[in-house]
Design a binder for this molecule. Structure first.
Ligand code: UDP
Ligand code: MG
Length: 314
């Protein structure tokens, strides 16, 4: 008989002490129904509340649970990477710690994986407990991303997904520092398939992503997967110089035809400010990419592990 397939559920958590016990109960109930060797790996992303104590207690109570604590808060994308690096299984499922991604969907993911899909992701049909502004900005982001990115990133899809071993290994080779996970998952390719689901409200606590953080996250996504902004800067520059040339010709003609009355100071000011603005914007875009190059060049480790509690094998 072949050994049982191993499934590892990776859960990054930052200040989720209140949500974890209820989530673990749901995950354990789902794992019990599945015919495979199921494990759970919690990653404490430098939480400032009791998250680590809760995780160790969960690991104590259930031999299938293991936990890693990072040395500080590295952000969700890196916490997730740490979890994926430490997951030793035939397939992994990525799950948010706040219960917004229902573990009850895992059997459907597993079924698709057994059919031969390498990446099975959940697509949000509806989102409970989120403001209209968040829904609107999220929708706008996915659409802009779809236009700009050379790798198609599936719409309305978070990190909630299952990865097969070979997809996980491929992902492990992408060691860039600015990690836009949704894009990296898509970049890997292989056989992918979507399962629609209803996104629930958080079990407890508040979202860790403020609008400012989401804005930066969106910039990260766009600059990591597209160089279109650089090209836009070129075209805007080209267009303004064409317009400026036409305007110059017009001034010369006007002077020849109708003489040279005192030229307008306001129009001069407008042109100078306009060009100054465009130049600064183009420099800023360049700077965004340069800064990312600088971060990559430093070659720092992606994260540091403070403590690792492997699952008990008894
Ligand atoms: N998270 C994390 N590190 C952070 C911020 C968030 O590991 O610095 C985790 C968080 O605990 C949760 C997941 O990432 O499990 C998604 O975060 P959140 O629910 O705040 O985001 P939202 O669902 O609002 O997009
Ligand atoms: Mg959430």
């Amino acid at each position: 008989m072949s050994p049982r397939q191993r499934l590892c559920i990776v859960v990054p958590a930052f200040n989720e002490a209140q949500a974890l016990p209820a989530l673990q109960a749901r995950i354990a109930a789902v794992l019990d129904t599945l015919d495979l060797d199921g494990r759970v790996l919690y990653v404490d992303d430098g939480s400032r509340d009791d998250t680590w104590q809760v995780m160790t207690a969960l690991a104590e109570a259930d031999p299938r649970v293991s936990a890693i604590r990072l040395s500080r808060n590295f952000g969700k994308e890196l916490a997730l990477t740490a979890g994926l690096d430490h997951a030793d299984a035939d397939a992994v499922v990525v799950l948010d710690a706040d219960g917004q991604d229902p573990p009850e969907l895992i059997p459907a993911f597993v079924a698709k994986w057994r059919e031969g899909f390498d990446v099975v992701y959940g697509t949000r049909l509806a989102r409970d407990g989120e403001s209209w502004l968040k829904k609107l900005t999220a929708a706008a982001f996915y659409r802009v991303m779809a236009r700009l990115s050379s790798t198609p990133v599936p719409r309305d899809t978070g990190d909630f997904r299952l990865l097969s071993r070979r997809a996980l290994d491929a992902l492990g080779k992408l060691r860039e520092r600015h990690r836009f996970m949704k894009g990296l998952f898509a970049w890997v390719g292989f056989r992918q398939c979507a399962i629609p689901y209803h996104r629930q409200a958080r079990l407890a606590g508040r979202s860790k992503f403020s609008y400012w953080r989401l804005w930066n996250f969106a910039l990260e996504g766009i600059t990591s997967f597209s160089t279109v902004p650089l090209r836009v800067a070129t075209y805007v520059g080209l267009l303004t110089s064409l317009l400026a040339f036409a305007f110059g010709v017009w001034i010369v003609l006007k002077t020849l035809l109708w003489g040279d009355p005192v030229a307008g100071y306001p129009s001069l000011m407008v042109v100078i400010l306009f060009l100054g603005g465009i130049q600064l914007m183009a420099l800023g875009i360049l700077g965004e990419y340069l800064g990312r190059l600088y971060d990559e060049a430093k070659q720092r480790p992606l994260y540091l592990v403070d403590e690792w509690r492997p699952a008990r094998t008894d």
